[in-house]
Design a protein around this ligand. Structure first.
Ligand code: NAG
Ligand code: NAG
Ligand code: NAG
Ligand code: NAG
Ligand code: NAG
Length: 405
């Protein structure tokens, strides 16, 4: 996680300058047509469903079904804005079955992602993903889902600005942004380009510097988990570089996470316009670094895995339930103050997907050593996800909440 991350600005300054698309009418009631599968009975049922019944269905409980007809939703090389970190096919991954699994909730089908419908909904609005590189993974998936399905003629751009990567669909005046603040609160890892800091220092009571950038968003999607897992980090009372600042090394990961989420909640309570801004929190994204978790030889990890785990209810050792409960209770507390944060619990569905991480098929900003190259699993990234892939499903769920609520 603490990798050095360099971004080449030029790569991001991609401006398309072609003719614009004609504005599309928003036809409200076409759910039936949105379904991926040709199962006519199911389609008929779905046509009958009132909008909000999609959200009454538990989208998080279900199973993965191999579906090489409807998937992948896009091809990696069709997404011109794709980041090198997630571009597995470009970096040599040959087994592509991981792209062909559909998430099938028990009681309904996931609505098909419709980029036009989403952009209509986001017209004149701003959606911001706030958090760490997993949220960036999701942001990039969103950009690819949209970019590969709107006409190539439509205006779009991707730019870097301070802590943000900003995607604009100009024809819709819709902005989708990623804002880097991996611990949500302030820390010494807040630089989007270089955050490989060894000694992590967190100002657990300070969020304003970041949060003021989010105040005018219409939709906010938060995540924060992995960066809290270090056994020890320093908490800071006072400001960086201030002589009377107090530093305290704190081991308890749950306690410090709770403190940060309290700061986050307080900020929301006092600064968010409840009628304007929709709030989401993505539950933790699991990683697959210990193959013993799924009963395979000692010392392995996600490297070389080509199929999902099919054992129902599988939970890996990297998934800290206690951390999830802290988020859940922060959200519950906000609810009593009249602030609704939708908690999108993508942990279980992602926990099945040991096959879908980038492993060695991505650009490594610090190139692997000879020794590592000889043992690929030693440098495999079992945290981030290939695109197309699992984060697309997170976005299909987010999409359902944005469109149908
Ligand atoms: C889909 O998978 C099935 C079973 O593995 C295979 O027979 C079929 O050719 C595949 N179809 C496509 C379009 O790849
Ligand atoms: C996608 O949404 C647009 C706008 O709501 C609609 O016109 C179009 O028919 C939808 N496409 C599909 C495939 O359902
Ligand atoms: C475009 O959207 C932004 C919000 O993201 C809004 O402030 C601005 O007024 C909009 N511009 C136009 C021309 O609609
Ligand atoms: C909150 O947002 C609503 C809807 O956009 C707007 O009408 C209202 O003026 C806003 N309230 C404040 C206090 O900004
Ligand atoms: C790399 O892999 C080899 C063989 O699997 C192992 O013996 C070694 O300890 C690993 N090195 C590191 C630095 O993890």
């Amino acid at each position: 996680m603490a990798s050095t991350h360099k971004l080449v600005l030029g790569k991001w300054k991609i401006i398309y300058n072609l003719s614009s698309v004609v504005g599309l009418l928003l036809i409200a009631y076409v759910i039936g047509a949105l379904y991926l599968r040709g199962d006519s009975q199911r389609v008929l049922e779905n046509q009958m469903r009132p909008h909000d019944s999609i959200l009454r269905c538990n989208l998080f409980s279900g199973k993965w079904v191999y579906d090489n007809i409807s998937y992948p939703l896009y091809k990696g090389n069709q997404c011109s804005l794709m980041e090198e970190d997630f571009a597995c096919d470009k970096y040599g991954r040959k087994d592509l079955n991981y792209q062909k699994w559909r998430w099938q909730p028990c009681d309904c089908d996931l609505p098909r992602f419709n980029a036009t419908a989403l952009l209509e909904k986001l017209r004149g609005k701003k959606l911001i993903f706030v958090g760490d590189s997993l949220n960036r993974n999701q942001f990039m998936s969103m950009v690819c889902l949209i970019e590969t399905s709107i006409p190539p003629s439509s205006f779009k751009s991707l730019t870097l600005k301070e802590n943000s990567i900003i995607f604009k669909a100009t024809d819709y005046n819709a902005t989708i942004e990623f804002y880097w603040s991996p611990l949500l609160v302030e820390s010494n890892c807040d630089d989007l380009a270089t955050h490989g800091v060894r000694d992590r220092i967190v100002r657990v009571h300070a969020i304003e510097k970041h949060a003021r950038q989010w105040t005018n968003a219409d939709i906010l999607v938060f995540d924060s988990y992995m960066w809290w897992l270090l056994p020890k980090m320093k908490l800071l009372w006072g400001s960086f570089g201030n002589s009377d600042a107090i530093y305290k090394e704190v081991g308890m990961r749950h306690r410090r996470y709770e403190m940060a989420l309290n700061t986050w909640s307080d900020w929301l309570e006092f600064h968010i316009n409840r009628t304007r801004t929709k709030l989401f929190f993505m539950s933790l994204s699991p990683y697959h670094s210990v193959s013993e978790d799924w009963g395979v030889d000692k010392g392995g990890n996600c490297y070389g895995e080509t199929e999902p785990i099919l054992k129902e209810g599988y939970r890996g050792s990297g998934t800290d339930r206690g951390m999830m409960q802290i988020v859940e209770s922060a959200i519950q507390k906000l609810k009593t103050s009249g602030i609704k944060v939708e908690y999108l619990d993508i942990t279980q569905l992602s926990d099945y997907r040991k096959d879908a991480h980038t492993s060695i098929y991505r650009l490594f900003w610090v190139p692997p050593t000879e020794e590592q190259l000889a043992n690929p699993k030693n440098y495999s990234d079992c945290v981030h996800w290939c695109l197309p892939g699992v984060p697309d499903v997170w976005n299909m769920i987010l999409y359902s909440y944005i469109i149908y609520s």
